[in-house]
Design a protein around this ligand. Sequence first.
Ligand SMILES: *Cc1c(COP(=O)(O)O)cnc(C)c1O
Length: 457
Amino acid sequence: MKTHSVDIDLVEMSLDVIKYAISRITETDPRLGFPVSEKDLKRKVGETITPSGIGGEKAFQIFQDILVKASVSIDHPRHLAFVPAAPTRAAVMFDLVTAASNVHGAFWLEGAGCIFAENQAMEWLVSLTGLPETATGVFTSGGTAANLSAITVAREYWRRDKPEKERGILIAARTAHSSIQTMAKVIDADVISVETEREFTGKDLARTLTGLPGSERRRVFAVIATAGTTNAGIVDELDTIAEICERESLWMHVDAAYGGGALSSEILREQFQGIERSDSITIDPHKWLFAPYDCGAVIYRNPELARQTHMQEGSYLDIISDEGADGFNPADYQIQLTRRTRGLPLWFSLAMYGTERYRISVERGVELAGIAASKIEKSDYLELVHGPSLSIVIFRRKGWTSTDYNEWTYRNHREGIALVAPTKWRNGSEKETVARFCFINPDTTEEDIELILESMA
Ligand SMILES: *Cc1c(COP(=O)(O)O)cnc(C)c1O
């Protein structure tokens, strides 16, 4: 068999693959999955990469029997750790179609139709933010890539007519996502981390700016507000931050990687007042908009600034910007050149279900957080620590040490009951280990919550 030949074995293999996909997509109570050590995996799997190959049948069997079982099903209804994900079945199905279609999503010349569909989904996202209609964005590999793409634009814009290329400074709250620090390393910027326990406000920002010596104030080019902190679901005070950014001519970036999905609900949208005044926004559809991994989005108030920053030049790329190939090139608006049209699964899912059903499923996450919080308050061995805030609840098991929380996490995971991980909560200068729920999956039930809370009794 040659690498590209189509024969009966290949056809049979495709049927097996599709059969597996159908059964996984229609599963309502997937296996939770538990990591296995590399040593054990090596023992069970053996060598798979050999000069003559082990055959598709065998490799697929190994995948089904060993590999996928040693990986967590992120859509399990009792996976409430980190920021879980629960792609719609339509979106997962369409990920298969996207893969089978082999579309190059960097340039209109190659991907026009699929990029057009991505852009329709993007238009809806942009409309939720309240940015002007001239704003647009592109789908990225995730929030980290979206944040990096946006902040690079901010930095380039700030340095546009500065002869010496000084290091810039970013201001973000301590509660901002860890990827902000990573991104600052990549672009070689400094980060001023503002100490807050609750939401980051315009007042905090103004105070931070006033406290800076002139030599540093001069280097501040952007402020990052978080709309839905990853740990606690806190939405920073976007309106007052926007106020200061406008007054001080600073780029305002809103990281709504987790929280952005909540914009689809008019009721929840109220907490995001001011997001429409930002210069750029990150939203991860692979979090609260039910897209499969990996799908992030970066949105710009002024897309032309992004194009000036990210457009790549090369003689082999000249044809791309030729008039004959005129159209929207996603490669011009973020750090990646070759990309799959990763917004397509989201597009199909939105088109199939409609935005109204999205709203209902997003609001269910918030409702579940409310249900969990009231069960915690009624319990005599639990205490609410923070929230519910968006779809996150932080709570304490009275009398537990951090070892107790860790053991509880492992026990539940090992037994296939749930994956719920502890987190830290600051109490003044003290850091306390506590438990945390993050609800994304509308399939999670009240009974699921009870089962997990009972496992702490
Ligand atoms: C998850 C998250 C990120 C990182 O996004 P990835 O998709 O994991 O790269 C950034 N910011 C916030 C607020 C997040 O919740």
